[in-house]
Design a protein around this ligand. Structure first.
Ligand code: ZN
Length: 73
């Protein structure tokens, strides 16, 4: 837990493998791809530059990035 009272977890991004810190209560693990694939966190750049554009292209709702989900802010 951080000094701000957030829970913090570290994991490596499902897509790019970069290790990043996130709040597991805000940053949901994303099963992508495939739809029933392994649950793993995805870092912010991959969500905004890879996952959400792909979802938009497929006509799917994009993943919202919740405030406080990523601890790099
Ligand atoms: Zn990534």
């Amino acid at each position: 837990m951080t000094t701000r009272g957030q829970w913090v977890a570290q994991g490596s991004c499902l897509l790019c493998g970069q290790v990043f810190a996130f709040d597991p209560s805000e940053c949901a693990p994303h099963p992508w791809p495939p739809h029933d694939g392994p649950l793993a966190p995805i870092c912010r750049p991959c969500i905004t530059e890879v996952v959400n554009p792909e979802r938009r292209r497929r006509g799917l709702p994009v993943y919202p990035i919740l405030p406080g989900a990523y601890l790099d802010q």
